[in-house]
Structure formats: C-alpha cells, structure tokens
Design a protein around this ligand. Structure first.
Ligand code: PMP
Length: 322
C-alpha cells in the first residue's frame, strides 16, 4: 500500500481531490504544517474499495453508505463537525470517482479531520474540522494470497482508552507497531490480543476461525472494529453456506487448533491464514470454507452477483477531461 501514487491510469485525466468543499487538482490539495490532525491524529477516516469490472467497463463501489455511516459515528465521538450527511458524502464520492476516470481497482480514502491551524490545544470542542477525499489505484494490499501470521507482543487498545468502534487516525499507531513488528520478523500480518488475552483482530483486519463446523469471530466487546467486510462475511456464511456464526471471546490456543483461519477487511478482502506462530493451521492450506466465501465475496464486490447488487454503487468513469 505504501507505494500508491495518486495517478490516474487514464492518461488524459489529472487526478483530483475533494478538498475544502470543492474538487481541485490533487497537487493543490495541501494543508499547513500547523494543522491539528497532523500533530495529534485527530481525524477519522475510511477505506472504501472501488472494484473495476473489466467486462462491464464499470467501477463497483462496495457498501459505500455503511462506510460513511461509520465515519459519521467517528465524527460524533471526536466532535468533528462536518457539513455533510452520509448521502451527500456518497454523492461527492461518486462525482470524484467518475471524474478521476480510474479503470482499475481503487482505494477511496475519505478523511474528516481537525483542520484548525493550532499547535497546542487539546479541547476538541474548540477546533475547526473539515473533510477531504482522495482516490488512488489499489491492488493486493497484503502482497500475498495466503498469510503467515504471528501473535503480536502489542495489545489492542481498549475502547475506554481510544474508542475501538471507529477508525480514528491516532489509534493506528497501535496497528502500525503490531504490523511493523510482524513484518520485520518475517511474517505477513499480526494477530493482536486484547488486554485480557483474547483474540481481538489483525492490524487492519477482522479475524475468523472455522472450528467444530461453525464460524467463530471475536465479539466487538473484545475491541474488534465492527468491520463492514466482517458483517458481509457473517451474512454470506449464514445465508449462503448455512453456517452457524458465533461472535464470542476466542483464546489464542483455539486459533492454533482450529480448522481454518482467515482475515477480512476492505483492503485485505478475505485472505486465508495458513500458519500462525510457526504452526500450520489445519493442514497448512486454505480451507474449503475460506475458499468458498472468498470466491463469493470477489464476485459480489465486483458486481458479478445480481442478488447482492444493492451493496454496490456503479460508476462509469469519464474518459475525457470535463
Ligand atoms: N480492523 C481494523 C483495525 C481495520 O483497520 C480494518 C479496516 N478498516 C478492519 C478491521 C476491517 O474493517 P472493514 O471490513 O470495514 O474494512
């Protein structure tokens, strides 16, 4: 993800951003070094995917409204006062995606942030807020189709330290410490426990485990983010595979002994974990529940399953400058 450039694949079009209430060329969307969010992580963001459907020549944005509803919940908690409803944010996004003309998978990154140019003030109620949005080409976030994970030595923050149900920018220091530790040690991703030692989530993904013929995932009380992909997987497992889904506290050793583990997230999609702490999960290959759910998920997010088209917003990219 670190190498994304905000360049359009359509050579005729210069990338634009939504910034300070208007669509502007990307290179004009700049903030001051005194911007509050830059110093304190006072922002909430979303990661939304646009999935390019080559046959139809269309972009399918997945569960956009639910992402903006989570952003607005974050704004409420952090007293980020932005003048848009989730419907208006969806319209702004469709406009920008159309205009940027991408013809490949993209990441859509909205950010509501404390835009006040004030260095030393910790009173959220006194700080002005704004909203910005960029879209960038985005491929395989994890860089691999199967994961070798470790249990992080870092613990997931607790909801009464920094709220865990929203995507506040500052909380990602916790995720980055875990992800950095895991990748420097040669693993692909970290699985993070909460303060009680229960499984919470990955650095940017929710965790699922198949055991005893059921699908299990940590409950939100264990400080997992209420992931939109998590919710998608729960519905598909129940409705399409007839699986019982159990949301509960999960112990570390249960993961070692289960049949399958996979991670879910907008960036990560649904990716099987084949090894944890140097132990094979199941037989060390992606399991059948993971692969069936993954196949279904990939079809749905790219608008190839008519039953779930209501989760997708179709956008036809413009091909010549407006
Ligand atoms: N947990 C964390 C910490 C995340 O950053 C993400 C990615 N947003 C997820 C879980 C998965 O959430 P979603 O499926 O909504 O992308």
């Amino acid at each position: 993800m670190g190498t994304n450039k905000a360049t359009s694949v359509n050579g005729n079009l210069k990338p634009h951003a939504f910034f300070q209430g208007a669509v502007v060329p990307m290179d004009e969307a700049k903030v001051s070094v005194t911007t509050h969010a830059l110093h304190y992580g006072t922002a909430v963001f979303e990661g939304i995917r646009g999935n390019w459907n080559e046959e139809q020549g269309k972009m399918f944005i997945f569960r956009m409204r639910e992402h903006y509803e989570r952003l607005i919940r974050g704004c409420k908690i952090l007293l980020l006062d932005i003048p848009y409803t989730s419907e208006q944010l969806c319209e702004i996004t469709v406009d920008l995606v159309t205009r940027n003309g991408h013809q490949s998978d993209i990441y859509i990154r909205p950010l509501a942030y404390k835009s006040a140019e004030v260095v030393a003030n910790l009173k959220l109620q006194e700080l002005a807020s704004d909203f910005t949005l960029v879209t960038v080409p985005f491929g395989n976030y994890l860089g691999t189709d199967i994961l070798r994970c470790c249990t992080s030595s870092w613990r997931r923050v607790d909801d009464n330290m920094i709220p865990t149900q929203i995507k506040s920018a500052g909380i990602y220091v916790n995720s980055m410490l875990a992800k950095t530790e895991a990748t420097l040690a040669g693993f692909d991703e970290a699985i993070i426990l909460n303060q009680d030692g229960h499984v919470s989530e990955g650095s940017g993904e929710n965790v699922f485990m198949v055991s005893g013929g059921k699908l299990h995932t940590p409950s939100l009380e264990d400080n997992a983010l209420p992931g939109i992909t998590r919710d998608t997987i729960i519905q598909l497992a129940q409705d399409e595979l007839g699986l019982e889904v159990v949301e509960r506290s999960i112990d570390r050793s249960e993961l070692y002994l289960c049949d399958e583990i996979f991670l879910s997230g907008t960036a990560a999609h649904l990716t099987p974990v084949v090894e944890l702490d140097c132990r094979n999960i199941g037989d060390g290959e992606p399991g059948s529940v993971s692969t069936s759910l993954q196949k279904m998920y990939f079809d749905i997010v790219a608008g190839r399953n008519s039953k779930y088209l209501h989760w997708c917003t179709e956008v036809t990219p413009q091909t010549v400058p407006a």
